[in-house]
Design a protein. Sequence first.
Length: 175
Amino acid sequence: MLYLKPANFEDLDAEYEYVKEMPIDENGLTNEYFGISKEDFEKIALPKMINWSKGIDLPEGFVPETFFFLWKEENGKTEIVGQFRVRHHLIPELAEGAGHIGYQIKKEHRGKGFGTEGLRLTIIEAKKILAKYGETELYLRCNITNPASLSCMLKNGAVIHHQDEQKYYTRIKLD
């Protein structure tokens, strides 16, 4: 069973282990906390993730962003297998860039459908968040060299809006 949970203090240990190992930049999703100490994760990173979802302490030019972790539960054991982020609304830089949703699946869990299902679950959450801002489409993008990510998007109703030499830009209508 797969499910999403927003970043929270209850799951601090598992979130810390995931985030500290997540690459600095993997296919365009960045992680400024690679290699972070547990103390700094607890005192700096996690509070920032939670506050950003509420629009608190955002750097200039940033929009609220909710960090979700994708959990897998199997035979009584749970583990984080991915991270999904929802940006609550678009500014021009996001509309021409990263879009509403960014995600990453842990390398050893790729090719098992977790990206597709995680994105499906994230779209459900994104619809709730974006409704407050009057957004009518989800904007997503992926590297042309990452066909697995494009496949996840297309399986979740995305259409390719356009592409350039490096990226596919997709849209999903919100109903």
